[in-house]
Design a protein around this ligand. Structure first.
Ligand code: F6R
Length: 249
């Protein structure tokens, strides 16, 4: 795991964005694993700016999102489908047919999870996966538990996740369930970039990097992946005791 501590969210967005842009430059038909939430937004802004300046094209890229809420209309302002359109897809030249998000409203969630896994199986895993981390150590919506889930599945969200994400649901209750790639699906990515900022993430970040590998902190599994870069700001890194790279940009 390479751990890089930067000063601002914008610097992190640029540094993480450069890794994604490089993958796309090397393979114009790259398969990107994408996340929602606040953490990747500056990275998406960087990628949009590179597209706008003509430095990069997503014409042949395909995208695979980590997760989606259940029982939330696809066009709801808080669906991850809407999030991705608003924060990335509507601003670049990606073909909407090449953007994939689990269908949280599928009549048969198990069949939908199997379909999503088959899709990722077919491409042999994504080339690069962007991740955030929950305050409870979740990645995707893999909440702490007794085992690491191998494939995409339906999860009951934990209270801490509901607490963190309910701020976005101004007009009502937020969904209690989601479909998420499993840890096994996430670990198939050839390269992983995880972003965490703010003090609220400091405990989860410490458990992920310096704790034991355990499903009690799902993100800790990333210690066993051969190519992970973690971008942190000072606040998210404040509990780390190891000697990690600090970069002044
Ligand atoms: C989002 C996702 C989640 C978030 C995590 C952090 O697709 O899978 O794991 O990455 O909850 O969310 P933010 O970035 O909003 O703090």
């Amino acid at each position: 795991m390479e751990v890089i501590i930067l000063k601002t969210k914008e610097q992190i967005g640029e540094a993480a964005g450069k890794i994604i842009a490089e993958v796309v430059k090397n393979d114009p038909a790259a398969k990107l694993g994408l996340a929602t939430g606040a953490s990747p937004v500056p990275t998406y802004k960087y990628l949009i700016s590179k597209y706008a300046s003509g430095a990069i094209s997503f014409k042949d890229v395909s995208a695979y999102n980590l997760d989606e809420y259940c029982n939330l209309p696809r066009d709801d302002e808080n669906s991850y489908y809407t999030f991705m359109r608003k924060n990335l897809f509507d601003h670049i030249d990606i073909d909407p047919a090449n953007t994939h998000i689990p269908d949280g409203n599928a009549a048969d969630p198990d069949a939908e999870c199997a379909r999503y896994d088959a899709l990722i199986e077919k491409i042999g895993g994504v080339d690069v996966q962007i991740l955030g981390i929950g305050t409870d150590g979740h990645i995707g919506f893999n909440e702490p538990g007794d085992s690491f889930a191998p494939g995409t599945f339906k999860i009951k969200l934990h209270e801490s996740t509901i607490e963190s994400n309910s701020v976005y649901f101004k007009n009502g209750d937020m969904p209690r369930y989601a479909l998420t790639m499993g840890i096994g699906t996430i670990m198939r990515a050839k390269k992983i970039v995880l972003i965490a900022t703010g003090k609220a993430k400091a405990g989860a970040v410490k458990a992920m990097i310096e704790g034991e590998v355990s499903p009690a902190c799902p993100a800790s599994i990333l210690q066993t992946h051969p190519d992970v870069t973690v971008f942190l700001d000072e606040a998210a890194a404040e509990l780390l005791t190891g000697n990690h790279a600090k970069r002044e940009v």
